[in-house]
Design a protein. Structure first.
Lengths: 440, 497
């Protein structure tokens, strides 16, 4: 074989290798990633026979298939829901330059919740890059033990308000020792948030000892407004006035908020707390309505609360609130009785003589006579003229139409007993107006 | 000879080239694989497209069948007595399942028998509940721990249950577990006013369920006498809903001769208000033989319920509102926007096809005009509805097309409405949409809600990442009212107009 032949065969050899390489690379270049294809354990793609259609392929097939609107939406929702569950990050990546699916896609709403369970660490980065509140807030749907360090790694001041609250509420609900983590939070706002979430669980579940220890430990970090208000609402929910005594160990700034809130609550016949949301399988749903939303304030509870607050001197500076709570404009009289009425009277008379308690005493006396106007004969025995006068006014204004119709003269006599001429005149005019109204 | 030599020459060159190829393949062990798989993958793409279409067809067929079955079942009626009989059979079958579930949980609880401390594994499983991988296991484990804890220390287990709302939630949804508790123990939890309302309600629910399941009218009367008004108010309707008397005449005797007047009244009243009453044939017949006394006014209402035929509980899905493509009559009663919105998803999912670039806006618009001849006289209104439906998908191309069909004033108005109604949680995507649509939105009442919403979005965004929020806001045209709103959100104050 001559040199020329060697050369031509060598070229043929190289050409053969080059053709083989080029064919292979051409084939590889044609490959469109088969999204649905799954990788086997060796990292090789499983070939066509195992491939199943990917969600985008299903969506594309669905889009071109004639069917009614409702069915289009239902089937689209089904594909999204399944995708959100199996590969939430993949779904979010697919949507990068696409519209957010909205039509009846409640299944799709789970995408962030699923992500919080599968890859919670991705959420803050996604939220920051996209300005997405839902992504950030979804972190609390996952394991609180995993979510906590993720949030803690955020720069100070970057944890949205309420997020630590929700996280600690969930964490403490699973593990009553979860609150030990609070000490590790350096960001003051986030720490106050965490304290308030923890306090909520403790109060809702009547873990009062734990609650007061928490307050003691975290007194420099807590938000007095939130803690005080939370304590007041918990007291209303457990309807045990006796537990109020525990406020002795509360810091003044927390207690004053709690007392003010309590006075607001007892100035009503019932208190409705917003519907409580419970999470069932990741979806928030309205909780049971029985005894959860509406709390009736009994007369015993109202009086018991006032008694305790007075005994401890906690009404100082809040006398106006207390008087308003006792005479409360919308307060009904139906759940009271003679005995309770007498207790109001006695409590009023036993109140300290201090000037600032005057309006509280007057309010309590008015409450007594309103609850039991038939006892107007006892008014004369009250210690001061002012108390007697306002009692007569309250008794007259409490008389029902039937009473006025048949005993108008007796009622007029009661008005006549009012010593203050101005007050008597006003009461007389009001009475005559009512009588005239009845006669019409 | 020369020809033979040339043939041999060509053949030898080809052979050498083949050797070259073989050598390359040997040197690159995956090459053959790659060649082979390249074919597979190209084929796979076509294959998956076909499979996707097959899968959609399969789902459509399944839905048609389910719908047909639902229609058939919904048309079937049964008497109240047959309904009660069916419900009793179901209750008994459920009873067996519940006991099996309890047995399974008890078996699982054995794994915790050697754990001195149950608090740690409990915190572990409760925190993990909801994580997809162990959803069911977490709940099972939580209940197994309860059983083990309760075996060791019943009062302690219940006290711990009250301390952990997450545990109580699992317990609440797992009725079979409550079968491990004695009725007096459950009643004690309900009567203890020191327990929270929610905790008491959970136990009240399972107590009532158990009374109904065991047809225990004596138990009902005893519990009723000891409960407060709130519990009574809840308990009786719940009992009546689940209770099917095994012996109708005996049940009627108990109600009329053994119950307190208060409970009798509540029971009769409850029966009157309950559609799924315990209307077995012998109960109904025994009931109406009795003198109702001062409750006589209830008789006709009760009779009506006892004689009312029931539908088998199959609900027709909203898909029953199927429309015939092109049937314009359907849309005459609907506002035009709504009609177009429906039509865009009728026949084809046009917005999805538009987003994928498979169809243009003009083509969709023409299709809508064809499908909705009733609105042929209002082409611009149809165009506006099409624009609003398509813009969230491909805002730039939707806007470019809209300018050829919609007058500028209307386009601006629709842009504001569209942006206000856009339910996209990604502010970044909102920016993309905003900057692709007409920018001269009016600054007034019409856009007040929109600017507020943008301000809040950017306020939140700046709170978690000021830099990204600022970069995104800078992408909006400087004179855009939403650019000012975004800036206001970032700085935390109203920007100067």
């Amino acid at each position: 074989m001559n040199a020329r032949r060697w050369l031509s065969h060598g070229i043929a050899l190289l050409l053969g290798a080059a053709i083989a390489a080029s064919l292979a690379s051409n084939k590889q270049g044609e490959v469109i990633p088969a999204v649905g294809a799954e990788a086997n354990l060796n990292g090789h793609r499983v070939c066509a026979v195992h491939v199943r259609p990917s969600p985008p392929e299903l969506l594309a097939a669905l889009a071109g298939t004639p069917m009614a609107m409702a069915r289009h939406l239902a089937m689209k929702n089904e594909i999204y829901a399944d995708w959100a569950q199996r590969d939430p990050a993949g779904l979010l990546a697919y949507l990068k330059n696409r519209a957010w699916p909205v039509h009846g896609s409640h299944g799709f709403d789970r995408v962030f919740i699923e992500l919080s369970r599968q890859q919670p660490g991705v959420l803050p980065a996604y939220a920051r890059a996209n300005g997405c509140r839902e992504a950030m807030e979804a972190i609390v749907h996952g394991d609180p033990r995993v979510a906590f360090p993720i949030l803690l790694a955020e720069k100070p001041g970057r944890i949205p308000y309420g997020l630590m609250h929700d996280l600690f509420e969930k964490g403490e609900g699973s593990d009553p020792e979860f609150h030990q983590r609070i000490a590790g939070i350096a960001d003051p706002a986030a720490r106050a948030d965490a304290i308030s979430g923890t306090a909520r669980v403790m109060l809702e579940n009547r873990r009062f000892d734990d609650f007061f220890s928490l307050l003691d430990r975290e007194k420099d970090w807590l938000n007095p407004e939130r803690i005080g208000a939370g304590f007041a609402s918990a007291m209303i929910k457990c309807r045990s006035a006796g537990d109020l005594n525990r406020m002795v160990s509360m810091a003044d700034n927390v207690r004053s908020v709690a007392v003010k809130e309590l006075l607001d609550y007892v100035s009503q016949d019932s208190v409705a707390f917003g519907p409580r949301l419970y999470e069932v399988d990741g979806v928030e749903t309205l909780g049971r309505s029985l005894g959860v939303n509406q709390y009736y304030i009994s007369e015993e509870y109202r009086l018991g609360t006032l008694r305790i607050l007075t005994e401890h001197g906690w009404l100082a500076g809040l006398e106006h609130h207390a008087a308003a709570a006792i005479t409360g404009e919308g307060l009904g009289l139906c759940n009271a009785n003679e005995e309770l009425a007498a207790q109001w009277k006695q409590w009023a008379l036993d109140l300290p003589e201090a000037e600032n308690m005057k309006m509280v005493r007057e309010a309590a006396i008015v409450r007594w006579i309103k609850l039991d106007p038939e006892k107007n004969a006892e008014i004369a025995g009250l210690p001061t003229q002012r108390l007697r006068d306002i009692s007569y006014v309250a008794a007259v204004s409490s008389m029902d139409g039937w009473h006025l119709a048949i005993n108008a003269d007796d009622v007029r006599k009661l008005v006549g007993r009012i010593a203050d001429p101005e007050l008597r005149e006003q009461a007389a005019q009001a009475l005559e107006k009512r009588i005239a109204g009845k006669q019409k | 000879m020369k020809t033979t030599c040339r043939t041999v020459d060509v053949a030898s060159h080809l052979a050498v080239a083949g050797v070259g190829a073989a050598l390359w393949i040997c040197w690159q062990p995956n090459a053959l694989d790659s060649l082979h798989h390249g074919n597979d993958r190209a084929g796979a793409t076509r294959e998956t497209t076909r499979l996707a279409q097959d899968e959609i067809t399969r789902r459509v067929v399944a839905r048609d069948a389910a719908k047909q079955e639902a229609q058939v079942m919904a048309a079937k009626k049964i008497t109240a007595a047959e309904d009660a009989k069916l419900r009793l059979a179901k209750q008994q079958a459920d009873g067996l399942k519940n006991r099996q579930r309890l047995a399974d949980l008890r078996k699982l609880s054995l794994t915790y028998q050697n754990s001195a401390d149950l608090r740690s594994p409990l915190a572990e499983v409760l925190s993990g509940i909801g994580l997809s991988a162990q959803e069911s296991f977490g709940k099972d484990a939580a209940m197994a721990i309860f059983l083990e804890w309760h075996r060791r220390d019943p009062a302690g287990a219940l006290a711990e249950l009250a301390r952990r709302p997450a545990w109580l939630k699992v317990f609440e949804n797992d009725y079979p577990v409550t079968l491990a508790l004695g009725m007096p123990e459950i009643l004690k939890q309900i009567l203890n006013v020191g327990n929270t309302d929610h905790y008491r309600t959970v136990f009240l629910s399972c107590y009532t369920e158990r009374l109904a399941e065991t047809d225990d009218l004596n138990g009902l009367a005893e519990a009723y006498a000891r409960m407060d008004e709130g519990c009574r108010y809840w308990m009786l309707p719940a009992f009546i809903t689940s209770w099917i008397p095994r012996d109708g005449p005996a049940a009627v005797r108990a109600i009329f001769d053994e119950f307190s007047p208060e409970l009798r009244r509540a029971m009769i009243d409850g029966l009157r208000n309950e559609w799924n009453g315990p209307w077995t044939a012998d109960f109904t017949s025994a009931l109406f033989q009795r003198d109702f006394g001062d409750l006589e006014y209830c008789r006709s209402g009760l009779k009506e319920d006892a004689e009312r035929d029931k539908s088998l509980t199959y609900e027709l899905s909203s898909e029953s509102e199927e429309l015939v493509p092109g049937d314009s009559k359907v849309f005459t009663a609907k506002p035009l926007g709504e009609g177009v919105e429906m039509m865009l998803l009728q026949d084809r999912d046009y917005p999805e096809l538009f987003a994928a670039g498979k169809i243009g806006a003009e083509e969709i618009y023409q299709e809508m005009l064809r499908q909705l001849p009733v609105h042929a006289g209002e082409p611009e209104l149809v165009a506006r509805a099409v624009f609003k439906a398509l813009a969230p998908h491909q805002p730039a191309s939707a806007a470019a097309w809209a300018m050829t069909r919609i007058n500028h004033g209307d386009l601006i108005h629709d842009t504001a409405g569209l942006l206000e109604g856009l339910k996209d949680p990604r502010t970044k995507r909102m920016v993309e949409v905003i900057k692709s649509l007409p920018a001269d939105l009016p600054d007034g009442k019409e856009t007040a809600d929109l600017t507020t919403s943008i301000r809040y979005r950017f306020q939140f965004w700046a709170g978690i990442d000021r830099e990204s929020a600022t970069t995104a806001a800078a992408e909006l045209p400087a004179n855009h009212i939403l650019a000012r709103a975004a800036q206001g959100g970032i700085t935390g104050k109203e920007a100067d107009p």
